[in-house]
Design a protein around this ligand. Sequence first.
Ligand code: ADP
Ligand code: MG
Length: 341
Amino acid sequence: MALEFDLIETYFKPLSQGLSIEEVGIGDDGAVLSVPENHQMVVVTDTLVCGVHFPLETSAYDIAWKAVAVNLSDLAAMGASPGGYSLGLTLPDNDQAWLKGFASGLRAITEQFKIPLIGGDTTKGPLTLTVTAHGWVPNQQAILRSGAQVGDLICVTETVGDGALGLKVALEQLDKGFSSELSEIEKQALLSALNHPVPQLAIAADLRGLVNSAIDISDGLLADLGHILEQTNRKQHKLSAGLVLEFGAEIELEQLPLSSAVEKYITQTHDWSPVLSGGDDYQLCLTLNKQNWPQLQKIAQQYGVRITQIGRVVEQKGIHCLMSGKPVADELIKTTGYSHF
Ligand code: ADP
Ligand code: MG
């Protein structure tokens, strides 16, 4: 398949840089990688399907960026330092302009996070991208979902809800009256959150040993925080033969960090779903012991990442949303996160 070969040589091989001379990237039957001493490999995979994970009219540049970004976000949640990624690409046709845009999106994220493209596969069919990324953590230091403790503070990075509201902007689903209240800058920021999420990889290594659990918010804050609680509860069941604590969480809605656009949206519609169950945030949700909060704040300042305390892990099962310290009616927040099936 000459065409496939040209495509790989032209667009993908140049991104296979930054490996040591003992290592092999694109060009052979497989990549050959050296494993850093005393480290474990963290491997993540995410697939993006056109029309499911991004609207049909999304630019090739944004599609490439996002396909890699969502994987780097998973690595960040594990506390991993970036290693490399491979790309399974299914293309409907050989559109050179599209491929150029796609390759420049790949280049941008490859260079920003200094993570080489080490291989992949190219096939013909409906546009689909599967990225598998790997990273490294010192032995036994990966941050797991299952490590939360009762009393832990729950925090999130940056703001939540922008990606989900960005999707409403992209699909023109916002009420015209409300849409006209958003400035052009606000709309662009929402679209950028949707199409150009920035994984929190810079702080990932510093979170090791500092936080008890972490997850990246891809399916919605409540669903993803629910995964932390579920995994933590499962581990508790395994560890203890007798009485088991069932962990839950309290979230203070007023403390959730929101952009001006999302705040306006909630004020007008009282619809919290973009924030609580919208997904596509690619921010980190962390739990940590209170005594580590000052150190986490230091890291936040050092990297210029906003980190906000939004609640705590409690002994009561379930996730309880509070407003001014009082429970919020369930109808308001009856949202469970994105599910594919
Ligand atoms: P094979 O037939 O042995 O699977 P391919 O022609 O699929 O070989 O791949 C040749 C080389 O190009 C391999 O090193 C492979 O990892 C790389 N490659 C193929 N497709 C992609 C892609 N979409 N992105 C990055 N590398 C790719
Ligand atoms: Mg192949």
